[in-house]
Ligand binder design. Sequence first.
Ligand SMILES: Cc1cc2nc3c(=O)[nH]c(=O)nc-3n(C[C@H](O)[C@H](O)[C@H](O)COP(=O)(O)O)c2cc1C
Length: 377
Amino acid sequence: MTLSRRKMLGLVGGGVVLAAGTAAGAFVATRTPSRALAPWAAAGGYDDPRLRALSYALLAPNPHNRQPWLAELRGQDSIVLARDPEQNLPHTDPYDRQITIGMGCFIELMVQAAASEGLHTDLRLFPEGTGPSDPIAVARLSPGAAPDPLFDAVMDRRSCKEPMDMTQAVTAADIDRALSPLPANVLSAGTAEPTQVAALRALTWDAWMIEAMTERTWGESIDLLRVGKPEIEANPDGIALGDPVLEVLRRFGMMERAALMDKTSQGFKGTVEGFRKVFEATPAFVWLATQGNTRKDQIAAGRAWVRLNLQTTLMDLSLHPISQALQEYPEMKAARTQLHATLAQPGQTVQMLGRLGHGPAIPRTPRWGLEAKLLNA
Ligand SMILES: Cc1cc2nc3c(=O)[nH]c(=O)nc-3n(C[C@H](O)[C@H](O)[C@H](O)COP(=O)(O)O)c2cc1C
C-alpha cells in the first residue's frame, strides 16, 4: 500500500477512529496476527491435564486483555495460581478489583475445562492471605466431576464491543435465562425496560466520557494500544487494533501518543462518536453485585461473569462489559455513587455491568501462549 504523507496526515487529522477495543470484523488476511491467535487453536492440546485446563483458562475475558495470570505446576496434581502485578491498571483499577475479577474468570474456565474431562478441582482461594504477592489459589485436580454444559461455548465466547441490533428485542425471559446458571453467592439482575435502559445508557455514557476526558485514565488505554500485526504479535495483550491503515500510520510515526491524547483532534472526536454509537445501540443491561467487596467476592463475581458470558453465547446473545461507572478513581465518584444508588442496596458492590443484545460476529482477541505464563515451564 502506498500512501502519501499528506494523505496519511489527512487520515489522522480527518478522523482515524480507534475501535472500541478490538478490530471490528475479521483481520485482513495478510495482516492476521496468527501467532497472537495461536493459543486459541492450542487449547486442550497438552499431555498434562493441568496444562489442558490452563490452556482453556487463558481464553478468559479480563480487563484490557492484560492477562494477569501466572501458574506453577506443583507435585503431580496441583496448580498454584498467581497474579502478575506488572499487568495492573493503576489508574482505572486502583484497588485491583477488576484485575481480580479477571482472575475469577480464569479460574472458572480452568475448573470447567478440568470438569470437561471428569476432573474435580479442589480450590483453595488465597491460602496465604490477600497481600499483593500472595498466591490467588491452589487447585488440586482429582477424578470425579461432571462436565458443565456451559463449557461448550468456550471457543465462541467474546466481549462484543459493537453496536447491537436494536430491531431484535431482548425479553425479560431472555434475561432470566441468561442469568439462570449463575451461583447464589453473586447477586444478578438485568433490564430491557426502555426507560430503565435509557437511564442506564445515559449514566454509563457520562461515565465513559469522564474516563475519556481524564488525562491519566485515557492515557492508560492509549499506552495499551497494539496497532497492526507486528505490535500485536510482539505483545498479544492490551487493546489490539488490527486495521492495516492504522498499521501504516503507526509505522510512519503518525499515531504518536501526543496525537492520540489530543482531545481537540478529529481523530478523538471520531473515536468518541464511534463509542457513542456503540452505547446507543444497547437493547438491555445486566449486572452483578456482591454483598461485600473482599477478594473472594471479586473472584466469585468473575466466575459468575464468565458463566453469564458462556450462557449468552449459547443463547446467541452478545455481551459487552462496560466498567467505567464502576471504577474507583476520584473523578468517577459521583457517577459510581449514582450507579450504586440505581442498581444496588446500601453496602453492596456492583462488580460488573454489561450491554446485552444481538450483536455482530466478533473475532478472537490475542493471547499470550501458555508457555509465557508458566512459572516452571
Ligand atoms: C473485569 C472486566 C472489566 C472489563 N471492562 C470492559 C470495559 O469497560 N469495556 C470493554 O470494552 N471491555 C471490557 N472488558 C472486556 C475485555 O476488554 C475483554 O475481555 C478482553 O479484551 C478480551 O476479549 P474477549 O473477552 O473478547 O476474549 C472487561 C472484562 C473484564 C473481565
